[in-house]
Design a protein around this ligand. Structure first.
Ligand SMILES: Nc1nc2c(c(=O)[nH]1)N[C@H]1C(S)=C(S)[C@@H](COP(=O)(O)OP(=O)(O)OC[C@H]3O[C@@H](n4cnc5c(N)ncnc54)[C@H](O)[C@@H]3O)O[C@H]1N2
Ligand code: MOO
Length: 447
C-alpha cells in the first residue's frame, strides 16, 4: 500500500495524461513516415505484382513447345528476342523462346520460364544466342509470377493504427502509395531548471554540476520516436521559468521539465504551482514510487492558443529517467496514436531474478536500474516461482550500482539495460526474488 500522502503510479499517470489526445493526422510522404502511426485504412491502388513477370533469369516459352525436353533429349527452339526488366516485350512467336530476366514482363503467348541453368546457355552477361536447347520440360506456370498474386487492386493492405516500420512502408510503396495519412511525430521541448547547472565540459565553479538531464531527456525523446523541439534552461525563479515554458510551448506538442518540483525554498516549479497565472496550469503530486516521488503536470497556453501539456519530472537524474519511462513514454505513445497507449507503455514486459539482495522503501514501488549478470554461485536457497505465463528460466539481474536505486547515481547509468520493478509491499529484493523488467531503449549493448 502507498503511504497515505502519496498516490499510486497508475493513478498519477491517469491524472497526468487525462487531457492528452492523439495528434491530428496529416498527409505524410512515405520517406518521412518511418516510426509514425498510420491513420487510415489502406487498400491497394495497384495489383502486386503489377505485371505478370519472370521469377528467374532464363527463357520464356510456351510449355507445349518443350514437352518431353530432358538433358539427354533437349528441345531446340529459335530465340526470338531479349526481354530486359523495365520495358514491355513484343509477343512471343509460336514455337520460339525469348531470353528473359528476373522481374521482366512475360511476353504475350508465353506461359512458362525455363532457368538458364536448365538450357545449354551459360548464365551471366552473354550475347543473345540464335537458338537455345531446353534441358527440362516446364509445366505451365513454371517460374511465372502472376499479376495480382500478392494482392489485387482494391484489396485491404493495412489498417489504421499500424506502426510504420521499414517493412510496412515498403508494402505501402508497392501498392502504389507515395503518401499516407499518419499521426505526426510529437514535438517535445525540454526545460531544465537549476541554478547549479552548467554546460557539460565547462569548468565547475564550486556548487555547480554538468547538466546531464537535458541530454538524457533529449536522447530518450528521440529513442521514443518523438522530435526534440529545443532544450532550454531556466534559472530558479518562477518568472524565468514561466518565460522559458511559454517559449518552449510555442513549437511543441509537449513540454517536459526537469527539477524544481520538491520541497526546496527555491524550487521554481513549486513556486510556479503556488500562483500559475492565466497562461499556466500546474499541479504537484507525491507519487508512491522510488525514485521519482515528486511530480507535476499541467498545461501551458501557447501564443497560438493551443493548450500544450506539461510534465514536470524531478531533477535527480535516475528519478528523471524512471519518470520518463513511467510517465513521459506513455504520454508520447498516446500523442503518437500508438495502439494500446498509454496502458501498455510502462508495464514490465518481462521478468528476471535478483542476483543479489537490495533494499527498497516499503510503501513506494521501486524502479532500480539493472544489468544482466550470470547466475550466482551458489544459487540462493529460495527461488520463488515465476508468475504464470513466465518461462521457467529467467535472466539474473543486479543493480548497476552498489547503492541500488539511489536517484543521484548518474555516472553508472550507461550500463543499465532495464528497470527492475519491486512492489511497494516489499522492503527491496532478496537474492532469487522475481522482479518485473521494463527495458530501457538506450541500454548499453556490446557492439
Ligand atoms: N525536504 C524534502 N526534500 C526532498 C524531497 C522531499 O520529499 N522533501 N524529495 C526528494 C526527492 S525524492 C527528490 S527526487 C528530489 C527532487 O527534487 P527536485 O525535482 O526539486 O530537483 P532539484 O532539487 O532541482 O534537483 C535534485 C537533484 O538533481 C540534480 N539535478 C537537477 N537537475 C539536473 C540536471 N539537469 N542534470 C543533472 N543533475 C540535475 C540537482 O543538482 C540535485 O542534486 O528532491 C528531494 N528532496
Ligand atoms: O523520489 Mo526521489 O526521485 O526518490 O529521489
Amino acid at each position: 500500500m502507498p503511504s497515505p500522502a502519496m498516490i499510486t503510479p497508475e493513478r498519477y499517470v491517469d491524472e497526468a495524461l487525462a487531457a492528452l489526445r492523439p495528434l491530428g493526422a496529416v498527409p505524410t510522404r512515405l520517406e518521412d513516415a518511418h516510426g509514425l502511426v498510420l491513420a487510415e485504412d489502406v487498400t491497394a491502388a495497384l495489383p502486386v505484382p503489377p505485371w505478370t513477370n519472370s521469377a528467374m533469369d532464363g527463357y520464356a516459352l510456351r510449355a507445349e513447345d518443350a514437352v518431353g525436353a530432358a538433358e539427354r533429349a533437349p528441345v531446340i527452339l529459335p530465340v526470338a528476342g531479349d526481354i530486359p526488366a523495365g520495358s514491355p516485350p513484343a509477343p512471343l512467336p509460336p514455337g520460339t523462346a525469348m531470353r528473359i530476366m528476373t522481374g521482366a514482363m512475360l511476353p504475350e503467348g508465353a506461359d512458362a520460364v525455363v532457368r538458364v541453368e536448365d538450357t545449354d546457355q551459360s548464365p551471366g552477361p552473354r550475347p543473345l544466342p540464335r537458338e537455345v536447347a531446353i534441358h527440362a520440360a516446364p509445366a505451365v506456370g513454371l517460374h511465372v509470377r502472376r499479376a495480382g498474386e500478392g494482392c489485387a487492386a482494391g484489396d485491404p493492405v493495412m489498417g489504421a493504427g499500424t506502426l510504420l516500420g521499414a517493412t510496412a512502408i515498403s508494402a505501402l510503396a508497392s501498392v502504389g502509395r507515395d503518401e499516407v495519412l499518419a499521426r505526426p511525430r510529437p514535438r517535445v521541448a525540454i526545460v531544465s531548471t537549476g541554478a547549479e547547472l552548467v554546460e557539460p565540459g565547462q569548468g565547475l565553479a564550486p556548487g555547480t554540476i554538468p547538466d546531464s538531464n537535458s541530454l538524457l531527456l533529449a536522447g530518450l525523446i528521440r529513442e521514443h520516436g518523438a522530435a526534440l523541439a529545443g532544450a532550454r534552461r531556466s534559472a530558479d525563479s518562477a518568472e524565468d521559468l514561466a518565460r522559458a515554458l511559454l517559449e518552449a510551448a510555442g513549437g511543441a506538442d509537449l513540454v517536459v521539465t526537469s527539477g524544481g518540483v520538491s520541497a526546496g525554498a527555491f524550487d521554481p516549479l513549486t513556486m510556479l504551482a503556488a500562483g500559475t497565472g492565466a497562461r499556466m496550469r500546474l499541479s504537484l503530486s507525491k507519487v508512491a514510487m522510488q525514485p521519482g516521488k515528486p511530480q507535476g503536470h499541467g498545461a501551458v497556453l501557447a501564443d497560438d492558443g493551443r493548450e500544450v501539456p506539461l510534465l514536470c519530472l524531478p531533477g535527480n537524474p535516475v528519478s528523471a529517467l524512471v519518470s520518463f519511462a513511467l510517465i513521459v513514454a506513455p504520454a508520447l505513445a498516446l500523442l503518437a496514436g500508438r495502439p494500446g497507449a498509454p496502458a501498455t507503455a510502462a508495464a514490465p514486459t518481462s521478468h528476471a531474478r535478483a542476483a543479489v539482495a537490495w533494499t527498497g522503501p516499503v510503501g513506494r514501488r521501486q524502479y532500480v536500474p539493472v544489468r544482466v549478470v550470470g547466475a550466482p554461485d551458489p544459487l540462493p536457497e529460495s527461488l520463488p516461482a515465476p508468475p504464470d505465463g513466465t518461462g521457467p528460466i529467467l535472466p539474473w539481474v543486479e543493480p548497476i550500482h552498489r547503492l541500488g536505486s539511489g536517484s543521484h547515481l548518474v555516472s553508472s547509468l550507461g550500463t543499465a539495460v532495464a528497470l527492475a520493478v519491486v512492489d511497494e509491499d516489499s522492503a527491496g529484493a532478496r537474492g532469487g526474488d522475481v522482479v518485473g523488467l521494463i527495458p530501457l531503449p538506450s541500454s548499453a549493448r556490446p557492439c
